[in-house]
Every structure is written in structure tokens, then in C-alpha cells.
Ligand binder design. Sequence first.
Ligand code: URA
Length: 231
Amino acid sequence: MRLDKFIGNNTELSRTQIHIAIKQGLISINDIPVAKTNAHIQDGDKVVFDGKLIEERKARYLMLHKPAGYVSANSDSEHPTVLDLIDMPFKQELQIVGRLDLDTTGLILLTDDGQWNHKITSPKHLHTKSYLVTTTDTIDESAITIFAEGVLLKGETKPTLAAELTILSSNQARLSICEGKYHQVKRMFAAIGNHVASLHRERISAICLDESIPPGKYRPLTRDEIASFEK
Ligand code: URA
């Protein structure tokens, strides 16, 4: 691969900055400064820019604890986005794996591995998502059966797939669903005459939100967490 392309792919330097750096002798291949912009590198070559090793970028996999007030989008004219919470080069290349509403908190996954994202979000794969739901009104026991049997949401023609509701207190429950319809949890509670006051995603399939991550912070996924979608 051409040296300038390799540097362009793996740093945030512009083409002009790369060419100036090469001309100034700031870039070396295997400890030998390079002067030609059209130099080529081979697999395993050590490329250093200004004393720093440039490494081939690898796909990134992150879990973010989303606070309320952030949009699950790469850009938004009105509100800050979850990407505003990320401090990494090339963050615009991160894809948001399944969105949460502006006021919903909790687990968001981000990656620049499109295939991995697809494995999680494609409707073909029914991954369970668990939410902690706080409602304005008392949750009636009948909701357990109604949600297990499927409920017809306003504007839909087919009922929701079986969902598991565990009532934790008079107005708090854990709901596990395996679809991702628009505002699904809020609409499910609306369908039984209740109203969601707050919503927090705790889990996507085998990946649970790490309780040690404060709102607004993130960490890379572990190898096992990444691989959990292969199983
Ligand atoms: N269901 C909702 O209603 N909102 C979310 O943010 C996620 C699931």
C-alpha cells in the first residue's frame, strides 16, 4: 500500500499534512526517514510519524451508558448526540447499534464493524433487550399475560412478539422484548393504559450494562462480549 494512503487511513491527518510531514522527514519506515510521498509499505513495516507508531486501525466495539438528553444519531441540529460523549479519532465512523429515545438511559453499543451491527439489529435475529421501566400508574398483574401473549400497538397490524414482564414494585418492572419497533416499550405500556415515566436499557442479548460505567461514559467491549453474538 502507498505510504500516504496508509497514513490517511490510520490517522486524522489531511493529505496535505501527510505530504508536508513526508517532505519534512517526519515519517519513517522501519526507522529510515522517507522522503517520497509515493513510497510503498509492506505488511509488518513499522511506520512512525513524529515519534509515534502508526498502527493499522482495528474495528472498535464500545458500550456507552447513555444519559437522558442525548440523541442516538451521528448528528442532530437540536440536541447533543451520543457521539459527543466519545473522545476518539474517527468517531464519526462509529455506528449506533440500535437506538434509544432522547429521554431513555442505559446501554448503547457502538461499533465501526457494520457486519457485527447487522447481526444485532437485523430483524432476522431476535435478540432480547431488557429495560427497567418506571410507570406513572400502578402496573396491573394482568400486564404479564398480555405482554406474554402479544399486544396490538396503535398503528400496527400484527401484535408484538411474546415479551417477559417481571413486576418489581407497584410502578416498576423489567420488560424483555426481542423486537425493536419504534418506541416499543412506551407503546406497549400505552396499549394497557399506563404511561412510561422513565426507561433504562439494562441488557442487549448477553451484554449487560456495566454498572461501574457512570452515565455519559463508555468502555471497550471484552472479547467475550464481542463474540457473544457469534453463538
Ligand atoms: N422502547 C421505547 O419506547 N423507547 C426506547 O428508547 C427503547 C425502547
